[in-house]
Ligand binder design. Structure first.
Ligand code: NAD
Length: 388
């Protein structure tokens, strides 16, 4: 536990998280889990009446449910108990303007992924982060799981030797039918380029898979080849993405992300193979990390035990056998961010993903779009200027 007795929780605002939304309420639960932060203010919806409705549900003073972000930042700056940070849980097209306004006001930003809707926006946001004293982090949720952090530490320690293969599979099925034509709001904005940005599935869940490949292995994707498809008729953005990857250190790999695999839930799986062994983790079995060895029995590392390294141990609240999950993983990201804000750990020494990781996601999306448009040609991830 990192919160000293008697400490006043950091005051947090949220943008998004209105009635019926998905991830905003998770941000609120995660931020408050360890007592380091409290949700005190927000713009929970573009519709002020719905924002007030959400504020009542969150137990927030209606005066602090604001009609827009500019009004909130100005009013909170005048309060002695004003917000220290803002969480962004809105559709992707709004991430840049909200983050830029908060950073300019000296308010720390924790934003959901993708960092922005386009690569050009991500690069602009990188400049805003550089120009501000306030901190920025992006919530790639899976990086908060203790055993993902354990896997990363073991690779840094060289247990697998030189990395050769990295596979990430992320099948979902909730867009297998054109549910955006009904009243599914999440599907509505995700299939609308004006709100979600240049990529569909590749931007929505492909960025999680690509981030995980780099985060855990420590390798950087240098070139990729993509086959993006809009499987459900009438969609203008991809709902299915298959990528081959070449990493700077010589490893090769693949990402297969889809939202049209009928019956699939959120079946994220990661395998990394090195010259001396491999590791495997899946979201459905997130309490176990499987280590595969060529010359001795395989190992199963359970979450919560004294055998974990320090980074995974610090991300664990319960003894082995008591499952922690999505909300606790999210809460680990918030706890790290609280530590960074309070100065108890420099942000660069935390396991957090920052703006560089956000930009990497959009660079990969940009390269995937280029590759797929060229009929599946290999493309560099870094070298090409972003589209406007
Ligand atoms: N990290 C993860 O695992 C994860 C999971 C789901 C979604 N996300 C990301 O979180 C974001 C939100 O996704 P969601 O599924 O919760 O969407 P959602 O449609 O369920 O919720 C979006 C909320 O934002 C509100 N909103 C929209 N525009 C606004 C504005 N300008 N000002 C204030 N409020 C506004 C809406 O009223 C709604 O309450 C997206 O960027 C998405 O990619 C991340």
């Amino acid at each position: 536990m990192t919160v000293p007795a008697g400490m006043v929780p950091l005051a947090m605002a949220m943008v998004g998280g209105g009635p019926g939304s998905f991830i905003g309420p998770v941000h609120r639960m995660a931020a408050e889990l360890d007592g380091a932060m409290r949700l005190r203010a927000g713009v929970f919806s573009r519709d002020h009446a719905r924002s007030l409705e959400a504020a009542a549900g969150y137990g927030i003073d209606p005066e602090r449910a604001y009609p827009d972000v500019a009004t909130m930042l100005a009013a909170e700056a005048r309060r002695p108990d004003g917000i220290a940070l803002v969480a962004i849980a809105t559709p992707n097209d709004t991430h840049l303007p909200i983050a830029a306004a908060a950073l300019a006001a000296g308010v720390h930003v924790i934003s959901d992924k993708p960092a922005t809707a386009t690569l050009a926006e991500a690069l602009a946001l990188q400049n805003h982060v550089a120009a501000s004293d306030a901190l920025y982090a992006v919530t790639y949720t899976y990086t908060g799981y203790p055993l993902i952090r354990e896997a990363r530490e073991r690779i840094v320690r060289g247990e697998l030797g030189r990395i050769r293969r990295i596979h990430v599979e992320y099948p979902q099925g909730w867009l297998a039918e054109p549910v955006e034509r009904g009243n599914n709001k999440q599907a509505g904005w995700r299939t609308d380029p004006a709100r979600t940005g240049v990529g569909g599935c590749i931007s929505d869940i492909g960025v999680h898979a690509l981030n995980l490949a780099e985060y855990v292995s420590g390798e950087r994707i240098e070139h990729l080849l993509a086959d993006l498809a809009a499987v459900v008729p009438g969609r203008s953005l991809d709902d299915d993405a298959t990528l081959l990857l070449r990493f700077a250190g010589g490893a090769r790999g693949l990402v297969a992300a889809t939202q049209v695999a009928a019956g699939a839930r959120n079946d994220l799986r990661l395998s990394i193979w090195g010259e001396r062994g491999g590791l495997q983790w899946s979201h459905a079995d997130s309490q176990h990390l499987y280590l595969r060895w060529p010359d001795r029995p395989d190992e199963i590392v359970s979450a919560g035990g004294p055998w974990l390294g320090p980074v995974a141990a610090a991300a664990t609240r319960l003894p082995a056998g008591h499952p922690e999950g999505f909300i606790e993983a999210f809460a680990n990201i918030y706890r790290d961010f609280a530590d960074a804000i309070r100065g108890s750990m420099p942000i660069a020494e935390t396991p957090l993903c920052g703006i560089e990781d956000g930009v990497r996601g959009l660079r990969c999306v940009d390269a995937a779009l280029r590759s797929s448009a060229a009929g599946g040609a290999w493309q560099p991830v870094e070298a090409i200027a972003p589209r406007p």
